[in-house]
Ligand binder design. Structure first.
Ligand code: MF3
Ligand code: CO
Ligand code: CO
Length: 266
């Protein structure tokens, strides 16, 4: 399957889905606090999505049982919401994907619960900056490898590592479609970006090594192999002639709720 070049009309539809996903993620940021369970985050996302007449893309996606992924501490991605209680010092990535009128929008952020440790701050701030540097490479004519190289160079310079097993992805009528957007690699390699392509960039940054394991019981939860902390940020991006548009850009900073110093002014 080739990489889709979206029409103006399709881009407008994807933009709407992306705005919804971004707003739902903002809402989670406002409500998040220590003492809350990840199931409560799921309920917030589910209700805020369906009230928009949209559908939470993760729900039943290849059998995923919930409406959002919540990935705490050493969980890299695909954490399943449940009875786990968030406690002071935790970091939690909340990954929201919204399907509206046939198009998906996908975005995530890592939040601090209460006061973060130095390591939690390093993982989180490095992931956030890595996404920003990846986005800065996006422009018609540039190569996908340029994104991965920029991210890998920065993350490794901070003494952290980039997960290899999960990548960014094209998105539109399907949740995951070509191309694969690696968060590591070499400049000048990979497909050339063209205006109208839409894909995510979503680097997962580990404090320790890049190796990960999938939970053998639930077959979803991905953890760092060495138990180190992991953080992630994700945006859905439209390639343009002169650069890009961040379709899941948040209208403002993620608001802090009482006990949550949340991040993010991007
Ligand atoms: N939202 C994730 C991504 O960024 C994918 C989650 S798939 C699920 O690609 F099934 F776990 F929801
Ligand atoms: Co994604
Ligand atoms: Co996502």
């Amino acid at each position: 399957m080739p990489i889709e070049i979206h029409s103006q009309k399709e881009v407008d539809a994807i933009r709407t889905s992306c705005r919804m996903a971004a707003e739902t993620l903002m809402l989670v940021g406002e409500k998040l606090r220590a003492g809350m369970t990840t199931e409560e985050i799921n309920a917030i996302v589910h209700e805020d999505t369906v009230r928009r007449d949209a559908y939470p893309s993760p729900l039943n996606y290849h059998g995923f049982p919930k409406s959002v992924c919540t990935s705490v501490n050493d969980v890299v991605c695909h954490g399943i919401p449940g009875s786990e209680v968030l406690k002071n010092g935790d970091i939690v990535n909340v990954d929201v994907t919204t399907l509206y009128k046939g198009f998906h929008g996908d975005t995530s952020a890592t939040f601090y619960v209460g006061t973060p440790s130095a390591e939690a701050r390093l993982a989180t701030e490095t992931a956030r900056k890595a996404l920003e540097l990846g986005i800065a490479e996006v422009k018609e004519g540039a190569r996908l490898g340029d994104i991965g190289a920029a991210i890998q160079e920065y993350v490794e310079a901070q003494g952290c590592s980039v997960v290899r097993d999960f990548v960014g992805h094209g998105i539109g009528r399907k949740f995951h479609e070509p191309p694969q957007v690696k968060h590591y690699g070499k400049r000048g390699t990979g497909d050339r970006m063209k205006a109208g392509m839409v894909f995510t960039i979503e680097p997962m940054v580990n404090i320790g090594g890049w190796e990960v394991d999938v939970d053998p019981t639930d077959k979803w939860t991905v953890r760092t192999a060495d138990g180190s902390l992991s953080a992630q940020f994700e945006h859905t991006i439209l390639v343009t002639r002169t650069g890009c548009e961040v379709l899941t850009k948040r209208p403002g900073t993620l608001r802090m709720s009482e006990n949550v110093a949340s991040i993010l002014a991007m």
